[in-house]
Design a protein around this ligand. Structure first.
Ligand SMILES: [Fe+2]
Length: 432
């Protein structure tokens, strides 16, 4: 991709980011609702910081930062280069939102100038593409964090005022859950081709799979409600011991955004508090909840290799953020492709039983002292590579808050087992 088409793709992604924050008021943009979330203002400053810190600092001549302090204020790294959420980001009432937007515009102009001046430079292109993927990731984080913030407001505000009509309860009957059998054997997983991927998706390698079955669709709210009503949260035999500790510590008896009142179950969504739609996929489950449900169902969570072996044969289609619904859709039958497994992409990130670890032969990028920009690349990918590979499980497929262009069959998301604020759901698997 030449630098001018690179900048036009960059601008498209930035415009989408700005569109996503349009429904928000200034106050919405400043607050940090939980230590693991970030205010929208910080996300915006951080997106611009990525391009200023990893690209302009090394390619702009002379380099003139927009503000000296922004390099630490909007960095996601601590003093020893570890990525860490900072629970105090919500205290940054200054700079105001307008100045952060001005910072974004300033970085746009300087990046455009830099890309125009330097016609060809492989590392510059790679860093720009990495920055765009980083921004797509933060688009999902903005929606995730805003949902968490609005959910704590007694007004149950809607992110998109006046659009709740599109949340009509789905009238179509629920598609029965069916099982699809796969032979397994030696399969290959991991990224292939020359398109962008993170280093955790490589190398492509062989894995042996026993014959297995995968459910035809995601688990729904209705099915999860049965689990609750039959005492699923009280049945200690269904829960991992860490899961039991987590349940007790957080007094959890239902999914994170479910609320029960005299009118029955409701679910907080980005369009406010709505009656629970039993046909939609259940979302915002922790790994512990997904695992307990699978055990209750006499099934298990799929491994990431089982998931990818199937997903890599299907098109990347589904309910993504691009449809501006920002919530799941019910599974609908696709008669044109009868054997298709539904909802593999979009709707809900699917918990797998695979711990997040390096693939066989994985080689984190080694800085080459003869290539000064190599070190910059190594630092820039620090959020994704082996330094994060502990105490997390892999999730696959993207969600209704993910951008479709960010997702691919080999994409590996990873979260700690107790995480609920992301749009996480589950698909069942079992041995065949
Ligand atoms: Fe980031």
């Amino acid at each position: 991709m030449n630098h001018s088409s690179l900048f036009s793709r960059y601008s498209k992604i930035r415009n989408r980011t700005l569109t996503l924050i349009q429904p928000l008021c200034n106050e919405d943009c400043c607050v940090q609702s939980l230590p693991e979330t970030s205010p929208v203002k910080w996300h915006l400053g951080h997106i611009a910081w990525f391009f200023e810190n990893f690209i302009l600092q090394h390619y702009e001549k002379p380099f003139k930062p927009f503000h000296e302090i922004f390099s630490s204020m909007f960095s996601s790294y601590n003093a020893i280069c570890q990525t860490k959420p900072d629970p105090k980001r919500g205290l940054f009432t200054r700079p105001p939102l307008t100045e952060i937007l001005h910072y974004c515009d300033n970085v746009n102009e300087r990046l455009n100038r830099t890309l125009t001046q330097i016609e060809e430079d492989e590392m510059l292109s790679m860093l720009t593409i990495l920055g765009m993927n980083h921004e797509l990731q933060h688009q999902e984080l903005i929606l995730t964090d805003i949902k968490c913030l609005l959910s704590q407001n007694p007004l149950n505000p809607s992110y998109q005022d006046g659009k709740s009509g599109q949340y009509e309860i789905s009238s179509e009957g629920l598609l029965p859950l069916e099982w699809h059998r796969f032979e397994g054997g030696i399969v290959e997983i991991g990224h292939q081709g020359n398109s962008f991927s993170y280093d955790n998706e490589s190398p492509r390698h062989k894995q042996y799979l026993q014959p297995y079955q995968l459910a035809s669709r995601l688990i729904t709210n209705g099915e999860y409600l049965q689990f609750i009503e039959t005492g699923g949260y009280e049945n200690t035999r269904l829960w991992l011991s860490d899961g039991m500790d987590w349940l007790k510590a957080h007094q959890r008896t239902h999914p994170f955004y479910w609320r029960e009142n005299k009118d029955g179950w409701k679910e907080f969504t980005l369009n406010g508090l709505l009656p629970l739609d039993l046909n939609l996929p259940v979302v915002h489950l922790s790994f512990f909840e997904a695992d307990a449900f699978a055990r209750w169902s006499d099934a298990r969570l799929p491994t990431e290799a089982e998931w990818e072996n199937v997903a890599s044969r299907q098109n990347i289609e589904g309910c993504f953020a691009e449809n501006n619904r920002f919530h799941c859709m019910p599974a609908t039958k696709d008669d044109s492709v009868p054997a298709r497994i539904l909802q593999l992409f979009g709707d809900a990130w699917e918990w797998t039983q695979s711990s997040y670890s390096a693939y066989p032969g994985y080689c984190p990028f080694q800085p080459d002292p003869d290539k000064p920009m190599s070190q910059v690349w190594d630092h820039a990918v620090g959020e994704y590579n082996s330094r994060s590979m502990v105490n997390k499980y892999v999730l696959r497929g993207g969600s209704c808050l993910s951008s479709q262009e960010w997702i691919r069959p080999s994409f590996r998301n990873f979260l700690p087992a107790e995480t609920c604020i992301h749009a996480t759901g589950l698909r069942l698997a079992r041995d065949s």
